[in-house]
Design a protein around this ligand. Sequence first.
Ligand code: FES
Length: 209
Amino acid sequence: MADQPTNETVHTLTPAPPAASHAARISETPLPRKPKQDRAPEDDPGIWRMSRRNILWVGGWLAFFGFIVTSTIGALRYMFPRVLFEPPTKFKAGRPEDYVVGEVSEKFKDEKRVWIVREREGFYAIIAICTHLGCTPRWLPSDNKFKCPCHGSGFYKTGINFEGPAPRPLERAYVGIADDGQLEIDRSVKFLYEKGEWGKPGSFLEYKG
Ligand code: FES
């Protein structure tokens, strides 16, 4: 027997709308915001990224520190003035008996720029500075004279000039005897021939040894 329709409500199933595709759902979903980056990537210069303001700021500080440093150096130089430390002009030159009569000793020529001349009657000291332009003459024993290598001035053993452009004799320095019996020379005390000073005490030391 065929089935008869009944009064019972027939429930028909309404087809469900098709489910949205996975791709469509992704496109509708708002993209999450990219979080702020806390750390600079390795190639990011970070604080060293120089904007124009940074450059001005750094330049200002550099100028300030430069000013401080130069000011400090200037103040220190003012507090400690430059002083030329020259070797002492007074020195001891050994015992008189160590010198040979008739000889010009060059023992102190390089260090003190002084020759010590021993004569039969005593000693005198000649400053080894040419009176032309200040070169250091040479003692030539074979010629018995001082000769300047710069412009050819010549001086007798006494220091008197006799050739070349030197306008006056060599200068003499003080010579005396120290408390301990040694010769004492003082370059700061000078005796000039042209002023008649070679006869003054100290310009010549009498010594009969
Ligand atoms: S410096 Fe000695 S002759 Fe000129």
